[in-house]
Design a protein around this ligand. Structure first.
Ligand code: C5P
Length: 393
């Protein structure tokens, strides 16, 4: 985290005292921390404490800050914006994009990744209003850390505690990605559908847009990896800084993947057609008036994921995707075992995510199952890339 510039928004919650420890830990890692204290936050922690620990003047008032640095410059200064603790009120204001204070302005103006660490009474966290705000923010790519389960300030217990500062540091590390965390690593990614020709004009394909696979390739490249993206036909642009190998059929995709080895990790995100027409007609198949439709015999395609996972030059980390319309976790677990993948990213495609901008996934690893809330596919990609960097470290 050396040199990382973190803007820390401290909003109104009893847990605000933990922001002091968070600043200490982040600075010990070499990060610069600029505290921004909201009006409600100032009821719980003093400006003087934040200033002493951060070694910086604490920003509070919108108009004073405007005279000094301006919210746009501040928003651009930050490599990451962390809201810890985030109160129910702050989540609501963020979800609505309200800009009546400095925190609101900066949160709307920044292009840096945002991490929110909520802290509130369990009933407030569980309220549908809060849940809707969280869903809206997650859908825009805002990352969440916690809340955690445990005793609260009031004599009660539940889900609402601020994540402990050491774990928050890890979440911030993952958010920053840290350019170069994957430097020197080669990662192979498959993306998009395959097209399996019936004849020179027709093919079998599927609805995959390539968005998730391409976003993963982009996120890995942003972290410094050398990425080979083997993609079926898609209508989206090539990610920056990635070597793209374009293919049409599953067999071409397999050949391109094998040619790209060795790689430290492989992420098989492509929606590969399970079957192809057993024979590709050399000429367009003709419709003969009065005759029944012709049969279309199919042959199985090679499984690229299984082949990579069993290869003598196997990538150290093999990640598959399981798109299911029912029994999501059971099918994904079965696939993980059968295909020899280390991780499986499971998503419910009955929920209309195929071709869309968002995804809601479960990550299945040897350690168990994690549910990630619905979020932008780019955020899923960033998180997954962060996890891959951790696993390869
Ligand atoms: O069996 P299913 O197609 O559901 O498995 C999905 C996973 O397997 C994805 O990671 C997909 O990229 C991969 N796969 C593959 N080659 C195939 C079929 C699936 O790599 N022929």
């Amino acid at each position: 985290m050396r040199g990382a510039r973190i803007l820390l928004v401290v909003s109104g919650s009893v847990a605000a005292y933990k922001a002091l420890e968070l600043i200490r830990l982040l600075r010990a890692e070499g990060a610069e921390v600029q505290p921004l204290l909201t009006e409600a936050g100032a009821r719980f922690v003093t400006e003087e404490s934040l200033a002493a620990l951060s070694g910086r003047r604490v920003l509070r008032d919108l108009w004073a800050a405007e005279a000094e640095i301006g919210h746009i410059r501040l928003a651009r200064w930050a490599d990451a914006v962390v809201v810890a603790p985030a109160s129910a009120d702050r989540l609501a204001r963020m979800a609505l994009g309200l800009v009546e204070d400095l925190a609101g302005c900066v949160l709307l103006a920044t292009r840096a990744p945002i991490l929110v660490a909520p802290a509130m009474n369990p009933a407030m966290w569980a309220h549908p209003a809060t849940a809707a705000h969280v869903a809206a923010l997650a859908a825009r790519g805002v990352a969440f850390a916690g809340p955690e389960e445990g005793p609260m300030a009031e004599p009660e217990s539940g889900l609402g505690r601020l994540m402990e500062p050491p774990r928050l540091v890890e979440a911030i590390r993952a958010l920053l990605g840290g350019p170069g965390r994957l430097a020197g690593r080669h990662v192979l990614v498959t993306s998009g559908p395959t097209q399996e020709p019936i004849d020179p004009v027709r093919y079998i394909a599927n609805r995959s847009s390539g968005r998730q696979g391409h976003a993963i390739a982009a996120a890995l490249a942003e972290m410094g990896a050398r990425v080979t993206l083997v993609s079926g036909p898609v209508a989206i642009p090539d990610p920056r800084g990635v070597t793209v190998v374009r293919v049409e059929t599953a067999r071409q995709m397999l050949a391109a993947c094998l040619a790209a080895l060795p790689a430290e990790a492989a992420v098989c995100c492509a929606a590969v057609a399970d079957w192809r027409p057993a024979e590709e007609a050399a000429q367009k198949r003709k419709k003969i008036p009065g005759e029944a439709p012709p049969p279309l015999p199919l042959a199985p395609n090679p499984d690229i994921l299984t082949t990579l996972a069993a290869h003598p030059d196997r990538p150290r980390l093999v990640v598959g995707f399981a798109a299911e319309t029912e029994n999501l976790l059971a099918h994904a677990a079965e696939k993980r075992a059968r295909k020899g993948a280390d991780w499986m990213v499971a998503n419910d495609v009955s929920a209309g995510v195929m071709g869309g901008a968002e995804n809601e996934v479960h990550l299945l690893t040897a350690a168990g199952v994690e549910h990630w809330p619905r979020m932008d596919k780019r955020e899923v990609a960033r998180r997954l890339a962060g996890r891959i960097a951790e696993a390869l470290a």
